[in-house]
Write a protein that binds this ligand. Sequence first.
Ligand code: SF4
Length: 406
Amino acid sequence: MIIASHTAHRKRGTSVSSETSTPVEITAKPEPGKILLKAPRRGKPPRHIADMDLAGRKEFLKELGHQPFRASQLSKHYFERLVDDPQEMTDLPASSREQIVADAMPNLLTTVNTLEADGGDTLKMVHRLFDGALVESVIMRYSNRVTMCISSQAGCGMNCPFCATGQAGLTRNLSTAEIVEQVVAGARMVKKMSGLDGAEDGPEETKPLRISNIVFMGMGEALANYKSSLGAVHRLIDPSPEGMGISARNITMSTVGLVPGMYKFTQENIPVTLALSLHAPDDELRDELIPINNRWKVDEALDSAYDYYRKTGRRVSIEYALIRDINDQGWRADLLGKKLAQRGRGWVHVNPIPLNPTPGSKWTASRPGVEQNFVERLRAHGIPTTVRDTRGSDIDGACGQLAAAS
Ligand code: SF4
């Protein structure tokens, strides 16, 4: 749920690497309120071992004319060692390793820019895909975890008016491997920063050395790209070396309220956290802020979120961007508190997020006193509430800011 344009903002932060790139596709700015649920059909990226599970990889290798058992070797290199250089795969025959890797692990994304903020603890990576589309992911390093925010689509079709990503329109869906590749690229970056990649000039590092948490809150509506997003979840949680070995409990699937997709995702019965970006408790305002609300209303979205909790036992997160004088009134906090409390206790947690202003936009963050009042009112209804930090706001790496301009 992040991303959006605004090159003016991009002057800030430190660019630690950059490569010139020109996006191939320029997507037309969507008309207000217009939603694109189905992504435009554009060229598909080449297939990659990260698109499939281990059994699928064996079949894939066979189809390519290679030995199926190479799938396990490649998996170990890719998911565990984070290696894609054939020369480092010494267990593959020297004569064919280049070909095997070119066939089964084609290059899917090139990191064209990396910006850092928060003293290097927040990094935004801009990646160019095979067709020139740009996507972004953000790494946030804390003392006890490393969280990565990843994109599921190039752009977004949901057209939320306060969100830079939505204003740039939807270019296309990402493949499973393109989603996973962002995490692998991030994991390599974290490894490099820790000095564990063998580079002599690696800085001393005391922070965690692995990506531990993933949020699908980058560019795009993950449930609108259901199959690829679900595939990516499996690759991320499959034990290493079959997958990345990240705990399902540390993964957050985010949605703006695609109700049928939420029910479907519940049926997958994977213990990930579901985050619903609500941003308004009443249909009148939400119809305007989140155009998909014209199709599935607040109560329907909350019912499906509650159903997710009932079936999986996982507490749901409600994301609420606090926008000055738009959705931050005390009565809206009360209405939200009431709607959540009437469905039960202990099933939900609210994260108010101060809106990250985007240049030229009328939407801006709530005043601090107003934010505090909003939080207190929710708590008075017995709803656990934590204001989320806005890491990376000075590099447009915070929610509503990802627009993939390199
Ligand atoms: S807030 Fe999320 S769903 Fe809405 S346009 Fe932005 S990225 Fe898409």
